[in-house]
Write a protein of this length. Structure first.
Length: 419
């Protein structure tokens, strides 16, 4: 049975994370990037619902994700809010741009965009092209990997400024950097916290496998892990050293204003983990343990969540042992990610954040019939007990029909997910 007293959104989220029964399953939409919505889809959704026109602000330029306005959050009964919503609030922080379908939008002012013959590009230091969006494509794609030819750990800061995933920042972005950056972060986080009763999620990152892929390229980093483990360990040690320094600053500035800190590392694929359990234990588990232990020491009230795409069932015991509280998404179309089995085997130890519909091969093609059964199935899973969140398994992409969003909302209502 659900808790009979109505909870605030923050109470609902924390109750579920503590494996107790809330008044209903918490709902997440845009609390972090992978529960967000593409800017094209968001503009269409607002028009379809007849909501007032507002600037479509693309806070994640790479994945083309839109800031979800409060009226949509209220409409969906959303219980979460991302820390970045407390920053880049002035018009001066944004520049006009146009989405691939012709919709006017705004991008962060600090993103260096340039139109070339048949593509948009994003430039880094010395005008190097870091990412491109060819005509007909909906997202930016990486074009340069600093360590692809030769690595030099002494140039790590410069390398990070030349990789798409680490150089192109979402808010607060550069607003939280520099001598006064910590104060700016603290003040913005405090204002956000004071103005909402939603659970606040702070996106930290702390990527390990992905950091190698960002800098070396996927194929090269896999070859390094398998062929030169000593060098791979040295690289990952440098990465963790950097993450720990950043984590200290991040938690010192905003930790007391957060409820959840989000790490990210896509360890899975459709067919299972990207690395074997043995390789995970050797290279990644001990380093996750170090970072997550630091969170416990500096901000013991925080819950630790990992964004980790794909089929990672074989890695879940290690992630739990390393100190993880919650994992998102739950990609139920991937090998080993059947909801009933996950809930049965790990539900008492791990919160499954995102037991919702998978839109792979479903919404992008505009086939509404495929979304509803999976959303309903996962929604009823949430009704089994505490420790599940309702949200989509990946961010809302660009459906052909703006009505597709109803599949998840109606299924959530049917399962008692939304009022």
């Amino acid at each position: 049975m659900w808790h009979t007293l109505r909870m605030t959104p923050r109470e609902r989220v924390l109750t579920a994370l503590n494996h107790r029964q809330p008044d209903r399953p918490p709902i997440d939409c845009s609390g972090h990037r992978s529960s967000g919505i593409s800017a094209i889809a968001y503009a269409r959704l607002r028009r379809h619902l007849g909501l007032p026109e507002r600037p479509v602000r693309v806070y994640d330029p790479v994945q083309q994700l839109a800031i979800v306005d409060p009226d949509i959050l209220d409409l969906l009964g959303v219980d979460t809010l991302e820390l970045g919503r407390g920053f880049a609030l002035e018009a001066a922080h944004w520049q006009d741009w146009t989405l691939p379908d012709g919709t006017p939008c705004q991008m962060p002012r600090w993103v260096n965009l340039r139109r070339e013959r048949d593509r948009w590009v994003i430039l880094g230091p010395e005008d190097r092209v870091l990412a491109q969006m060819p005509d007909g494509v909906l997202y930016f794609e990486q074009t340069y990997w600093p360590f692809a030819e030769r690595d030099d750990f002494s140039t790590m800061p410069e390398a990070l400024s030349q990789s798409m995933w680490t150089a192109i920042a979402s808010p607060p972005g550069p607003l939280g950097q520099g001598p006064d950056g910590a104060q700016v972060l603290a003040e913005g986080a405090a204002r956000l916290r004071a103005g909402t009763d939603r659970a606040v999620i702070g996106l930290f990152g702390g990527n390990l496998l992905e950091m190698g892929q960002f800098l070396y390229r996927n194929d090269n980093f896999f070859l390094l892990l398998a062929g030169d483990p000593r060098r791979a360990h040295e690289f990952l040690d440098r990465v963790v050293e950097m993450h720990l320094a950043n984590l200290e600053r991040f938690l010192g500035a905003v930790g007391r204003h957060l409820d959840i800190v989000l790490f990210g590392d896509d360890l899975g694929m459709q067919s299972g983990p990207q690395v074997s359990p043995k390789m995970y234990r050797e290279f990644f588990f001990p380093r996750e343990q170090v970072m997550w232990r630091r969170v416990r020491e500096r901000a013991p009230h925080l819950k630790i969540m990992l964004h980790c795409c794909g089929g990672v069932r074989e890695l879940l015991p290690g992630l739990i042992e390393a100190g993880l509280d919650a994992i998102n998404p739950v990609q139920i179309s991937c090998k080993g990610m059947e909801p009933a089995g996950l809930k049965r085997d790990f539900g008492g130890q791990l919160t499954f954040w995102g037991a919702g519909a998978t839109r792979r091969g479903c919404w992008c093609a505009g086939r509404r019939g495929g979304a509803r059964p999976r959303a309903a199935s996962a929604g009823h899973l949430a009704a089994w007990g505490a420790g599940c969140f309702s949200r989509s398994t990946t961010f809302w992409r660009t459906p052909r029909r703006p009505t597709s969003w109803r599949c998840t909302k109606r299924s959530g209502t049917d399962a008692g997910v939304a009022s």
